[in-house]
Write a protein that binds this ligand. Structure first.
Ligand code: AMP
Ligand code: GLY
Length: 422
């Protein structure tokens, strides 16, 4: 079986790395991939959102399965495109159809879904141009800080937390007036939940589901969770505060009603569901849904999966996931993201990276790299995810930091406090 993975980050590198270990997988293609995936399979110069180009590649390379890494192609309907094309209809796509990807693509849709299925989430109300003048009245029913979200995809920047009322009203108007383009045609105002966040993942064939290892990611650029939001500066798995009781609540109050809700609404969901959760004094609330694995969470979640990932994907495609084994390693995996100095603001690209040869138990997943004349160069803000295992969180973190210290490129930056707060 030849597989095509869409995407170019550490998540896609981790998926490729794991699939390469399956006896059932012959060749792996990654579009567009990076220097890390180049070492595992064949990178294709294709934009994952260019459906025609994806189709051409699937036919040319006799692809038998497509795994979608990021949300954008899903929200743009890549899975639906396959279902409606007679040459592609038999090629399974791992990732939901457009109507289901709205769980991530529209915050208003996600909130309404949560409420419809009685799944715990922050109180909210959605506004658009027609009722923006009433936003103030709703804000008055909440206590500060105020959470304001652009409805659509806004490259992870669409959430604004305001400490006072006037600022909140101003932000609501700014979003509706086009601060985030079309993504802000609607705006969701939400009650602020105080707690600690974690990411929970399942893979589902639309009927049954399997729980993958949970993870905690570190979103801010600065130590002590300060500074600007990023795509994620590190992650750990398992999460010590996600104990048995808590995960039981997550299963019963969140996962089961979500999968059942999708089915009841006639949505055949095939792929990953990422539950962004807040643990509020031991009670789980859904902050957001994503229609994919997280990044950098995938770089700690996937290494803890002992079973054959291809087998699971085949179960998703065939609808017999319940018969596929899923074994999880009970060790710890941590990842530290090495970033370009300046990120998430402007940064330099094209800098040579040294020290990435792996001779130990660590995995270096490439996030933003490219290969030029055999040299590995930086090509993004987040550059490398250094994932290492350990018998304890401390051991794994020590290994990640030891490894990070042996890698270098000009202006390399990383947080030194990943995993130390929990
Ligand atoms: P999102 O893009 O929905 O993941 O939101 C980005 C970040 O904003 C989340 O990771 C949280 O840290 C924060 N956030 C979102 N919604 C809430 C909420 N209702 N209460 C507190 N923090 C929130
Ligand atoms: N690390 C969070 C995400 O992938 O959305």
């Amino acid at each position: 079986m030849n597989i095509l993975i869409l995407g170019s980050g550490g998540r896609e590198h981790a998926i490729a790395w794991k699939l390469a270990q399956s006896r059932k997988v012959s060749r792996i293609f990654i579009a567009p991939g990076n220097a890390g995936t180049h070492a595992i399979g064949t990178n294709l110069r294709i934009d994952p959102e260019d459906k025609e180009a994806v189709k051409t590649a699937v036919i040319a390379h006799e692809i038998g399965m497509v795994v979608v890494g990021p949300e954008a192609p899903l929200v743009a309907g890549i899975h639906d495109y396959f279902l409606h094309d007679e040459l592609l209809v038999d090629v399974p796509v791992i990732g939901p159809v457009k109507s289901a990807a709205r769980l991530e693509g529209s915050k208003d849709f996600a909130k309404a879904f949560l409420v419809r299925h009685h799944i715990p989430t922050a109180a909210y109300k959605t506004f658009d141009r027609t009722n923006a003048s009433e936003a103030g009245d709703f804000l008055l029913t909440l206590n500060p800080p105020y959470v304001i979200k652009a409805d659509g995809l806004a490259a992870g920047k669409g959430v604004i937390i305001c400490s006072n009322f006037d600022e909140a009203v101003e932000e609501v108007n700014a979003v509706i007036s086009g601060k985030f383009g079309d993504a802000g045609e609607k705006v969701v105002i939400e009650q602020f939940l105080k707690g600690i966040e974690l990411s929970v993942f399942i893979v589902t064939d639309g009927r049954s589901w399997k729980l993958l290892p949970e993870a905690k990611d570190y979103k801010r650029i600065g130590e002590g969770d300060t500074g600007l939001n990023t795509g994620g500066m590190g992650a750990v798995s398992p999460v010590p505060f996600a104990g048995k009781d808590f995960m039981e609540k997550v299963k019963n109050r969140i996962i089961i009603p979500t999968v059942r809700g999708l089915r009841d609404e006639g949505i055949d969901y095939k792929g990953f569901i990422f539950f962004g959760l807040m643990n509020v004094g031991g009670e789980p609330y859904v902050i957001e849904y994503n229609a994919r694995l997280g990044d950098p969470e995938a770089e700690v979640v996937i290494p803890r999966i002992k079973s054959d990932l291809y087998e699971l994907f085949e179960g998703v495609a065939k609808g017999d996931l319940d018969r596929r084994p899923l074994e999880i390693e009970d060790n710890y995996v941590t990842t530290v993201m090495l970033a370009s100095g300046g990120y998430p603001g402007p940064y330099e690209k094209g800098i040579e990276i040294t020290g990435i040869e792996v001779r130990d138990d660590c995995m270096i997943f490439h996030s933003g790299t490219k290969i030029l004349d055999g040299r590995v160069l930086t090509s993004g803000g987040r550059v490398l995810a250094v994932s290492c295992r350990g018998g304890s969180m401390k051991e794994a973190l020590e290994a990640s930091y030891r490894k990070a210290g042996s890698i270098s490129f000009r202006n390399m930056y990383y947080r030194k406090d990943i995993g130390f707060d929990i």
